[in-house]
Design a protein around this ligand. Structure first.
Ligand code: NOJ
Length: 543
């Protein structure tokens, strides 16, 4: 993939811990990824984003890195990684590594030296005499006291994930050097973990909220990203995507506008908070469909011609989309395809999370014992202490826990879904006997082949890359219809997000012959009146 045409490509995200263990271990491995490359090539994707496989105590499943230059033995060896890069490349697939440099594990040598008061490293982290009232994203206060020095260090995530001090130039140089090491290995992309949190307001004020306004899209963030680009990316065949926590459209335009020389594209998350009542995640609640359309449409329009969106429904931090915005009981297949169609019609680079392409669902775990995630377990404890009932917490966790997307990839109907011959680190979703890759590949009408078609359309139809976006149904309570247009081409996407049948008057000029993607047999089109069945979605294309 060259610098010119990466915008037509699709990225597939792998959470290696839950992908495949040919060794029969509890957790997946790098060799497990290599073993499944032909499957990914068949799907048609161009990049794999693999979540962290560096050496780590695994308190946050690898987002707590203790050595940026080493592979965690549970995932294999550096030779395994070199093999994966080579084998992926041979299939036209580039590997994107996850770079976690807002924080490191407290087991990292830098932190250990910092703790010991080493002159060079003390300042690699953020130490203060007094804490602030900022909250950790995983619950509780964001500062941890160190008795020896009598100071507090900042951890925006778990207390074993200490925030790095980006004000320190030497620290930044060490980070860039590490990134160049991976680039020289043949990595084709960098996914930058919570990168818009690296620049903290230096007076560290108290907040009337959780503190995020003092470090989100912080004072020197654009300067740091420009420096990183110059030091690591510029002039190299790599793409970059920044994970942007609670960001704004204006900042994302700047992060991803090629003229700014910062990043290729950005993930934002506002569209995945439409089921957070009053901004609170751990409360069971339905999603707000009108708000979902509104947010995604605002970002489509706002980034057009200026920045570039990474577009996605799922990742390892989000519940499964078919359980969230679709219907995973009566209409799993139709609604999984509908959601895929809506997403792949948008402008930006689609990211498909492992298992999404076969319509994997939330597992529906009812017992706290089945959950593994540090955020889930921390928040459960905290909310119970605050008086929330066990039942309410379990209902919220069942819907919102990050473990919903972290259950083993469902390869076939054999025990543990073919993920491992051993005992997996987290239970497999009970529906694996029906929902699995083997079944999907045997069925020409499966969710898999629907994704495959959409991915190939992204390469064939320039309008899907270049066209501007117009929302046609801002107020409709069931239909999302939009167009994408260039001077030469036009795409129309119409989707029913719910079970009851509905109708929609499509714009003049589209006919049955223009249908390029559909999740039912024949469209019910009478003149311009389109009748939509449960979760029906159609993509029309004309020149
Ligand atoms: C975002 C990652 O996607 C998530 O899994 C992790 O817990 C936090 N960043 C902290 O690194």
């Amino acid at each position: 993939m060259t610098q010119q045409n990466w915008r037509k490509s699709v990225v597939y995200q792998i959470y290696p811990k839950s992908f495949y263990s040919p060794e029969g271990n509890a957790t997946g491995s790098i060799k497990g990824v290599t073993a499944k490359l032909d499957y990914l090539a068949e799907l048609g994707i161009e990049y794999i984003w693999m979540t962290p496989v560096y050496k780590s105590p695994q308190n946050d499943n690898g987002y707590d890195v203790s050595d940026y230059y080493a592979i965690d033995p549970s995932y294999g060896t550096m030779d395994d990684l070199d093999e994966l890069i080579r084998e992926a490349e041979a299939r036209g697939i580039g590997l994107m590594m996850d770079i976690v440099v807002n924080h490191s594990s407290t087991e990292h040598e830098w932190f250990q030296k910092s703790l010991a008061g080493d002159e060079r490293y003390r300042d690699y982290y953020i130490w203060r005499d007094e804490p602030t009232n900022w909250e950790s994203k995983f619950g509780g206060n964001a500062w941890k006291y160190d008795e020896k020095s009598g100071q507090y260090f900042l951890h925006l995530f778990d207390e074993t994930q200490a925030d790095l001090n980006w004000e320190n130039e030497q620290m930044r140089e060490d980070v860039y050097e590490m990134m160049r090491f991976w680039r020289e290995k043949g990595i084709k992309g960098f996914r930058l973990d919570v990168i818009n949190l690296i620049s903290k307001q230096q007076d560290f004020p108290e907040d009337d909220s959780d503190g995020r306004k003092f470090y989100t899209d912080g004072p020197r963030i654009h300067e740091f990203l420009k420096e990183m680009n110059e030091e690591v990316f510029e002039g190299h065949d790599v793409i970059t995507v920044g994970e942007m926590s609670s960001t704004t459209l204006d900042h994302c335009v700047r992060y991803s506008n090629p003229d700014e020389k910062e990043l290729s594209m950005t993930f934002s998350f506002h569209h995945l908070k439409v089921d957070y009542p009053n901004g609170e995640k751990f409360v069971a609640a339905p999603f707000d469909f009108v708000q979902l359309k509104d947010i995604m449409s605002t970002w489509q329009e706002g980034m057009h011609g200026k920045g570039w969106n990474a577009i996605f429904w799922c990742n390892h931090d989000q519940p499964r989309v078919v359980s969230r915005f679709g219907n995973d009981t009566d209409h799993r297949v139709e609604s999984a395809k509908m959601l895929a169609t809506v997403l792949h019609g948008l402008q930006g680079t689609p990211y498909i999370y492992q298992g999404e392409e076969i319509g994997m669902t939330n597992p529906g775990f009812d017992s706290l014992d089945e959950y593994r995630d540090i955020e889930t377990l921390n928040i459960y404890k905290l909310k119970r202490e605050q008086g929330v009932s066990h039942e309410d917490m379990m209902a919220a966790i069942k819907q919102k826990s990050r473990d919903n997307s972290r259950t083993p990839m469902q390869w076939d109907a054999t025990p543990h879904a073919g993920f491992t011959s051993g005992t997996p680190w987290i239970n497999v979703a009970p529906n694996y006997t029906d929902v699995n890759v083997e079944t999907a590949l045997d069925d020409p009408n499966s969710v898999f082949y629907h994704y495959k078609n959409l991915i190939s359309l992204r390469k064939e139809l320039d309008v899907l890359t270049d066209g501007d976006y117009t929302l046609l149904t801002p107020d409709a309570l069931d239909v999302w219809a939009y167009t994408r247009k260039t001077d030469e081409e036009e795409v129309l996407v119409v989707a029913n997000f719910y079970g009851p049948e509905t109708t929609y008057e499509i714009p003049e000029g589209f006919t049955r012959a223009d249908v390029v993607s559909h999740n039912y047999d024949v469209p019910q089109l009478d003149g311009t009146t389109l009748s939509l069945r449960a979760y029906e979605a159609i993509m029309f294309y004309k020149k």
